[in-house]
Structure formats: C-alpha cells, structure tokens
Ligand binder design. Structure first.
Ligand SMILES: Nc1ncnc2c1ncn2[C@@H]1O[C@H](COP(=O)(O)OP(=O)(O)OP(=O)(O)O)[C@@H](O)[C@H]1O
Length: 269
C-alpha cells in the first residue's frame, strides 16, 4: 500500500489503472486516423464534463448528461461497428489456440508434424509472368486459418497447383480471372473469390481494390496474399495487415518462405 497525500493506493489499484491505460491505448490504435476518432474524443469530453458536474453536484445537468451518455453508449456501438469488429478480430486472432501447433499437440495429443512447406515454385513463376505481362492477379496462400468461407464465395477448382493452371485462370479471356485464387496444401482450392477489403484510412489513395482486398484478407486471416498489379506490373505481398509493395521475385520468395514456415504470431498493428 502506498500513500500519496490523502490517497491510499494499493497494488490492485496500480494494476487497474495500468489495464485501463492499456485498453485506452489499444482503442486509440484502432480508431486512430478515422472519423470515429473525433467522435470518440467528443464522447470522452462529454463524459469528463459529466464527471465534473456530478462531483460539483449540479443535479439537473448531471441528469441530462447522464441520459446523453447512456444513449450515446448505444450510438457509439453503431458508429464504431467497424472498429469494434477489427478490435475483436485482433483479440480473436491472437488467442486462436488452433493456430498454435504446440498447443494443438498438447491438447489433442497429436505428434508435432513439421509445418508443411508448400512448393512456391509454380506460384512464383506464374507471378513473374503475370507481372511481366501486366495481366493482374490476386493469390491467397493459406497458412493455418480456415479459408473455406472465402473459397465458397468463388468457383471451386480443387486441382493440383501448377504454373499453367494459374496462368490460365488469370488470362484476361478466362471467366475465372476476376477476383482471387485461393491456394491451400499445394492445391488451387478456388478461383474468382471475393476477399474482404481493408477499410484502413491510412492506406495511400493510389491503392485500388485489388490491393485493398489483399490487405483486408491479411488482416482477417493469417494467409499471405500476393497482388499483381495490372496497371504497373508490380508485385506486392500482404502479411498480417502489413503491405510490402514492389517486391522482386527473389524477395517475394524469401518473405513467403520465411512467413509460411514460421509459427503464427500475433498481428502487429
Ligand atoms: N474484394 C475483392 N476480392 C477479390 N478481388 C478483387 C476485389 N476487389 C477487386 N478485386 C480484383 O481486382 C481487380 C482490379 O481492381 P482495381 O483496379 O480496383 O485494383 P487495383 O488495386 O487498382 O489493381 P491494378 O493495379 O491491378 O489496377 C478487379 O477487377 C478484381 O478482379
């Protein structure tokens, strides 16, 4: 127990204040830069005024602000839908036990299998050709998270992964070239898939929907997503919400090989 003037501060109080500070910091990180951050600041200000008038025992104003705050809490949930979803997804992703193979082994008594190393050769060769031809493409490489929901938004393929098949899919005359291809366990699971688009307002406005979809998918799952720009022929890679633009084939290969074989980690905001 520590005494500061008339205040008695216990270890639990310090823990409590620390946790609230951490929570506020995480909320700030999620809403930073968005219009919602201004709404949040406004709401916080009204709440502080409410606490002040309550302490000063201004009953009428306290009652009015009290109503405003309780209705405002509901309004905040509606206004912050996207941010709350992102925040919960962040927590859900970080605590997904199924992503941890050591925990899986301990829980289900399974022997630790070496992480499957997908042969990246067909993907890299196809990317190289698509980039050189300014053909455009969006390729999702599954790591641990289940991508079934996204695969079902497109056409099921379930064929062995190969460079000619990838090139055929992304050929501009192919009916499957729009949308994303999902690759899992050396198989092309589906093509023409619709991916979630990132609503991160910090992204450069020059990035179109293909690139935003790559980032959005990497925010929602632990998949690695390659975007090949039709406009510039640039290769980009999205991993855990981080976007690497304009990679060469060697760097793309290295980043993919490292990421797909390392154990899943929490996403960095
Ligand atoms: N949410 C999405 N899911 C899957 N594919 C998408 C999605 N949004 C866009 N695409 C694909 O990206 C293509 C190009 O979209 P857009 O021109 O907006 O992207 P871009 O980022 O500017 O890419 P590019 O540099 O290739 O033009 C679309 O025709 C579509 O095939």
């Amino acid at each position: 127990m520590i005494r500061i003037g008339f205040l008695e501060v216990g270890w639990l109080d310090i823990l409590d204040v620390g946790l609230v500070a951490l929570l506020l910091y995480q909320i700030y990180n999620v809403v930073r830069g968005s219009v919602a951050s201004r709404v949040f600041a406004g709401y916080l200000l009204v709440y502080l005024v409410y606490l002040l008038v309550k302490a000063l025992q201004l009953h009428l104003l306290t009652t009015i602000l009290g109503y405003f705050i309780s209705v405002g809490a509901l309004a905040l949930i509606i206004i912050f839908q996207q941010e709350i979803r992102r925040f919960l997804m962040l927590i859900g992703k970080g605590t997904n036990v199924m992503n941890n193979r050591y925990l899986r082994k301990w829980l289900f008594r399974q022997p630790i299998q070496p992480e499957p190393v997908m042969s990246l050769r067909p993907v890299l060769e196809a990317c190289k050709i698509l980039a050189a031809e300014f053909a455009g493409g969006l390729i999702v490489l599954r790591k641990n998270d289940d991508l079934e929901k996204y695969a079902q938004s497109g056409e099921a393929i379930n064929a062995t992964l190969s460079r000619p098949l990838l090139l055929a899919i992304f050929n501009q005359y192919s009916p499957l070239h729009d949308g994303a291809v999902i690759i899992s366990d050396e198989k092309i699971r589906a093509a023409r898939c619709i991916l979630p688009v990132s609503d991160d307002s910090d992204l450069p406005t020059s990035l179109g929907f293909r690139h935003r979809a790559a980032i959005g998918m990497s925010e929602a799952t632990d998949a690695a997503v390659i975007a090949i720009s039709e406009e510039t022929g640039r290769l980009s890679l999205a991993i855990n919400g981080q976007f690497h633009i304009g990679l060469g084939i060697a760097e793309l290969e290295e980043r993919l090989a490292v990421y797909l074989t390392e154990p899943t980690q929490d996403k960095k905001e």
